[in-house]
Ligand binder design. Structure first.
Ligand SMILES: CCCCCCCC/C=C\CCCCCCCC(=O)SCCNC(=O)CCNC(=O)[C@H](O)C(C)(C)COP(=O)(O)OP(=O)(O)OC[C@H]1O[C@@H](n2cnc3c(N)ncnc32)[C@H](O)[C@@H]1OP(=O)(O)O
Length: 194
């Protein structure tokens, strides 16, 4: 079962997603959107260090290797960690649309257990856009990019302005992010070129 809730079904007048002309080329690594991000940040020691690459159209591939600190049951990945990997991969898609968006809804199927040491091969694509609502879907496979599906998810992301982070984030991290030239450039780019 996947994508069962009505709010994950795009409305009849939803549009096909449009890849932004300045989106990274297929095969290009996206890099982290924030160094301290638990999903993708390189400066986050406990994080997933998920590495995402642009695919064709509005699609992404990503890899994440389960480490001992990601366990739930002995020797197995925690389900919340696997949901995080899916969430991060799905969130990366919005970079190809040049849209800032946050997860509104994430529906996850856990199909088979994922042992520590396993590399999860993720792929995700945007399926439809309706106003601020971005509909997307993802799978995570084990044993290789064509291996069996271990997890999958359907999601609804909601477009937000950069003020979402400025208004809601804790002051010290916002200040630090704003004084990081690369982060600021990115935030500015979003504001002038939405
Ligand atoms: C200077 C600083 C620099 C900063 C630079 C930043 C760049 C960063 C770049 C990229 C960051 C991405 C980070 C990736 C991390 C991975 C992704 C995550 O984990 S994100 C974290 C988890 N998610 C949240 O924390 C959302 C918390 N929720 C909210 O803030 C609000 O609820 C929000 C924004 C989602 C919606 O609130 P509303 O007031 O704006 O809009 P309303 O009217 O409620 O919803 C709009 C439409 O969406 C539907 N909707 C909203 N939530 C829904 C839901 N949960 N299920 C179904 N539909 C929902 C509504 O029914 C409505 O639909 P109708 O237009 O009426 O058709």
């Amino acid at each position: 079962m996947s994508g069962t809730s009505a709010s994950l079904q795009p409305p009849a007048d939803a549009a096909k997603p449009v890849r932004h002309p300045d989106a990274p080329a297929p095969g290009e690594l996206l890099g982290a959107h924030y160094g301290q991000c638990f999903g993708c940040g390189g400066e986050q020691p406990h994080g997933l260090h998920l590495a995402a690459r642009a695919g064709e159209g509005v699609s992404i591939t990503a890899e994440f290797t389960v480490r001992p600190e990601h366990q739930g049951a002995p020797g197995l990945a925690h389900g919340g960690i696997l949901a995080t990997a899916l969430d991060e991969t799905l969130g990366s898609l919005n970079w190809l649309l040049r849209t800032i968006a946050v997860t509104g809804r994430l529906e996850t199927d856990f199909v088979r257990p994922v042992p520590v040491g396993t590399t999860l091969h993720l792929e995700a694509e945007v399926t439809a856009v309706a106003g601020r609502k971005i509909y997307s879907t993802a799978t995570g496979r084990v044993g290789g990019p064509d291996g069996p599906v271990a997890v999958r998810a359907d999601a609804l992301f909601i477009e937000v302005k950069v003020e979402h982070f400025v208004n809601h984030g804790r002051e010290e991290e916002i200040q630090a992010a704003m004084s990081d030239p690369d982060q600021l450039r990115r935030a500015r780019a979003f504001e002038v070129n939405p």
